[in-house]
Ligand binder design. Structure first.
Ligand code: NAD
Length: 484
């Protein structure tokens, strides 16, 4: 019998008011059902918000070091179960076990980092015009915050929102993506086991248009931290702004790797493959455009095609698999539509391009790793986020052209440059429009203690992670103390 999971509201595991349940199916093998999950309604989300509102005064007064200890205990609980949580993540999302386990380890590091932040200064003392005035400004929590997250990093993204939100004294209602609720269940269980008081962290599993919309519209929710698609994010931010709330958006990307004449081609190929094919290309920071200078374009394309043909695709629980399935039937349909579109637009399919069928692929959402070349800058496959294992190779005439091509998109999340030339690297760091730049490493990858986010249409609002997260999850209170 499959397990029936519940929402977590006010410290209680509880059914949704709507009795409908959704099965959580393994995208590598849809015959495997990982359990059924509730479909939280707006009323359930409103109850969770009320519980978080009631819990706020006491949590905000809880000494920060004590909050930090709870984060440490949650980290210990997750670390002890990293294999179990990693396997659950692979089975519900599809990425390989090595990547999933790495993601859980990253969640643990994030929790430990913010436990450490609980011992850092919370404000600043200023000189005052008054001779005896003690003038200081302190960062104070906002109140109830709503966290709305996507399915592609079901452990890391919720953790990098939840850890600072809780550390800085907010209470939380967490609405994970409806297709990856099991990892969310583990995360919330970690805090339950760590002794977090009731109501401080609430979980509502359900559709964005129901539970999510309540978080967006409910005036008790002071801030929304959202990661997901541009379409949902920009609409949601307008609603939150209209009611005076605060919103932070992390959205899509169309990230380039730029390969210059002096690049080591084998290294450039490896970085392209890692950036584009790990997590089956379903990272906001995935490499989706390869911009290569003309002199090395053919060598690079041939080496890339040869390497991509070797990649083993399959169930991410098998240790020799490099790339797992796409997350869902919808995701598979979208990726196949973009591949068809690329062919119609006149790009040349170098390798891949088809759904994998039969045998181990029969009950999963597997698409072959795909490379297009002869891609021109205005083709839709060079402009739109595909969110799958598809790379568009564009040729650049020279450095100026490479920079222009890199910036010729509405997105600006991450970019990677492969070169040994320090002067060129420094120029590209200055001129490429991206929130995160990698020199000689892949476009994906973000360490937990530094700011993360994009520019242009990839992000809006304050940055996430590191000390930057404090800006979003707190506000200033300025205090003048004078003697009588
Ligand atoms: P999505 O926008 O479909 O869903 C994200 C979340 O929003 C889900 O929890 C969903 O239920 C919720 N939602 C949907 N409609 C809503 C509504 N009306 N009100 C409130 N909530 C609503 O995105 P997705 O398909 O889960 O994720 C993929 C997208 O996320 C890609 O575009 C990817 O680039 C982006 N992403 C960005 C980053 C980043 O840091 N920039 C990281 C990971 C993913």
């Amino acid at each position: 019998m499959t397990q029936a999971y519940q929402n977590y509201i006010d410290g209680q595991w509880t059914d949704a008011s709507d009795r409908a349940r959704t099965s959580n199916l393994n995208p590598a093998n849809t015959r495997e059902d990982l359990g059924t999950f509730p479909s939280a309604t707006r009323a359930d989300a409103a109850r969770a918000i009320d519980a978080a509102q009631r819990a706020f005064p006491s949590w905000a007064r809880t000494p920060m070091p004590q909050r930090g200890e709870i984060l440490t205990r949650a980290a210990d609980w997750m670390h002890a179960r990293r294999d179990e949580i990693g396997a659950a993540l692979t089975r519900e999302e599809g990425k390989t076990f090595a990547e999933a386990r790495g993601e859980v380890a990253r969640g643990v590091s994030i929790l430990r980092y913010y436990a450490g932040e609980c011992l850092q200064p919370t404000g600043e003392v200023y000189p005052s015009a008054g001779a005896a005035t003690f003038l200081f400004a302190e960062r104070v929590p906002l109140g109830v915050v709503g966290l709305i997250t996507p399915w592609n990093f079901p452990c890391a993204i919720p953790t990098w929102k939840m850890a600072p939100a809780l550390a800085y004294g907010n209470t939380v209602v967490f609405k994970p993506a409806e297709i990856t609720p099991l990892t969310a269940w583990y995360l919330v269980s970690a805090f339950e086991q760590a002794g977090l008081p009731p109501g401080v962290l609430n979980l509502v599993v359900g559709r964005g248009s129901q539970a999510g919309q309540e978080l967006v519209e409910n005036g008790q929710v002071k801030a929304i931290s959202f990661t997901g698609s541009n379409q949902v994010g920009t609409r949601l931010a307008a609603t939150v702004a209209q009611r005076g709330g605060k919103a932070q958006l992390e959205l899509g990307g169309k990230n380039p790797i730029i390969i210059l004449n002096d690049a080591d081609i084998a290294r450039a190929v490896e970085l392209t493959v890692q950036g584009a094919m790990l997590s089956t290309g379903q990272k906001c920071t995935a490499t989706s455009r390869a911009i290569v200078t003309r002199e090395v374009a053919n060598d690079y394309r041939d080496a890339l095609a040869a390497r991509v043909k070797q990649l083993r695709v399959g169930d991410g629980m098998q240790s020799d698999v490099y790339m797992g399935p796409l997350v869902s039937a919808d995701a598979e349909k979208t990726v196949l539509e973009y591949i068809a579109l690329g062919k119609n637009e006149g790009a040349r399919l170098v390798t891949g391009g088809e759904k994998l069928r039969g045998g181990e692929f029969e009950n999963g959402f597997f698409v072959a790793p795909t490379i297009f070349d002869n891609v021109t800058p205005d083709m839709r496959i060079a402009q739109e986020e595909i969110f799958g294992p598809v790379v568009s190779v564009l040729q650049a005439r020279d450095i100026d052209d490479a920079i222009a091509l890199a910036n010729h998109t509405r997105f600006g999340l991450s970019a990677s440059v492969v070169t040994r030339d320090l002067n060129l690297a420094l120029r590209l760091i200055r001129e490429i429009e991206a929130g995160v730049i990698h020199i000689n490493s892949m476009t994906a990858g973000a360490e937990p203690h530094v700011p993360f986010g994009g520019t242009k249409a990839s992000s809006s609002g304050l940055r996430e992670q590191g000390k930057a997260a404090r800006e979003f999850f707190t506000e200033w209170k300025t205090v003048y103390v004078d003697p009588l």
